[in-house]
Design a protein around this ligand. Structure first.
Ligand code: TRP
Length: 335
């Protein structure tokens, strides 16, 4: 049987953190075992809102690649590539743009929220407005059936499905494949400040590449239950990120349950729980950091992995583009 195709991507605007690990990196390590997987470093998409900081984007391409490799995304099983080096992607985007209305773009909930958060108002870059269409091109160029993403990306997949249906119907073809979003089974990881989301730019993340000292400092300063003032007081476990992290990363389930019960009863200080969390995180992150440091010694080796992956990706996407142009009847010199 032919393996199903999976595709995901990340904007290289910073290093990856524990939230990425829980939300997508760990599932990619699984998925590569029985899928044909593509993982894209979405530098062109990152430039839709970081056009003024191209260096930030280009420098983080290597950082994100190091994060991928150090958690076990294996270039022998997964094609890792750089978005801006695949010329078929912007071309597919261009044809898709004719199949979506401006009104529809304005109503993409994720884009709407981001416009608000970034304070763009009416001055939103046009490239940013259309990035869901470019993301549809990313997905369809590889004929991905499976797109493992967080729930904030559901509107993108929905818009991709609409475009696939429209293209196939209009041009009487079946070259494009409808993707399905696969949501991570683990709830999203809160920030160390207790905010709902750990974010690269929110200053509340523990990065995969953080040193033990940085991790210790961050864990020490973590938000807990603000009502838990004295050790004797009963504490809350729900909404307490220290316990959410233990749920996500501790192997010893019995010990976590015991700590939770004790904390809720009262008599267990935050310091004790944090000390255990630090142990758990250090032992989880140590092999990742070691691999990362090893790989970082030879950046040209890592860039070469991206170069080879990009060659493969360009061939696959180029073939899909050819099929699309044939369906549209604009394959003038193909014979
Ligand atoms: N928009 C995604 C994010 O911000 C990144 C991305 C770009 C992506 N292209 C994609 C994800 C294609 C899945 C499929 O995380």
């Amino acid at each position: 049987m032919k393996k199903k195709i999976a595709l995901t991507g990340d904007r290289p605007t910073g290093k990856l953190h524990l939230g990425h690990y829980v939300g997508s990196l760990s599932s990619r390590v699984q998925i590569q075992e029985d899928h044909s997987q593509f993982v894209m470093i979405a530098d062109a998409q990152a430039l839709t809102d970081y056009a003024h900081e191209p260096k930030r984007v280009s420098e983080n391409v290597l950082e994100v690649a190091l994060d991928y490799l150090s958690v076990g995304i294996d270039p022998k099983k997964t094609t890792i590539f750089i978005q801006s080096l695949v010329p078929a992607l912007p071309e597919i985007t261009l044809y898709f743009l004719n199949l979506v209305t401006w009104n529809r773009l304005k109503h993409n909930p994720t884009v709407k929220l981001e416009i608000q958060q970034k304070g763009y108002g009416e001055e939103v870059p046009a490239g940013f407005m259309i990035y869901p269409v470019s993301q549809a091109a990313d997905i369809t160029a590889f004929k991905a059936e499976v797109v493992p993403v967080g729930d904030d990306q559901l509107p993108m997949i929905e818009q991709t499905v609409e475009l696939v249906r429209k293209f196939n119907r209009l041009y009487q073809t079946d070259v494009l494949i409808e993707p399905k979003a696969v949501l991570s089974s683990v709830a999203r990881l809160p920030g160390i400040d207790g905010k709902a989301k750990m974010g690269k730019s929110l200053g509340n993340a523990i990065f995969l590449s953080d040193s033990p000292d940085e991790i210790a400092k961050k864990v020490k300063g973590m938000y807990t239950d603000p009502g838990h003032l004295r050790v004797e007081d009963p504490g809350k476990v729900e909404g307490n990120p220290v316990f959410t992290y233990l749920d996500a990363f501790a192997f010893d389930r019995a010990k976590v349950e015991e700590l939770k019960a004790h904390y809720q009863r009262g008599g267990l200080g935050d310091g004790v729980v944090k000390k255990y969390l630090l142990e758990v995180l250090l032992s989880f992150l140590e092999p990742i950091r070691k691999r990362r440091e090893e790989l970082a010694k030879d950046p040209s080796h890592v860039m070469n992995i991206l170069f080879e992956g990009t060659k493969v990706a360009s061939a696959v996407a180029g073939e899909t583009l050819r099929e699309m142009k044939r369906s549209m009847g604009i394959d003038y010199f193909a014979h």
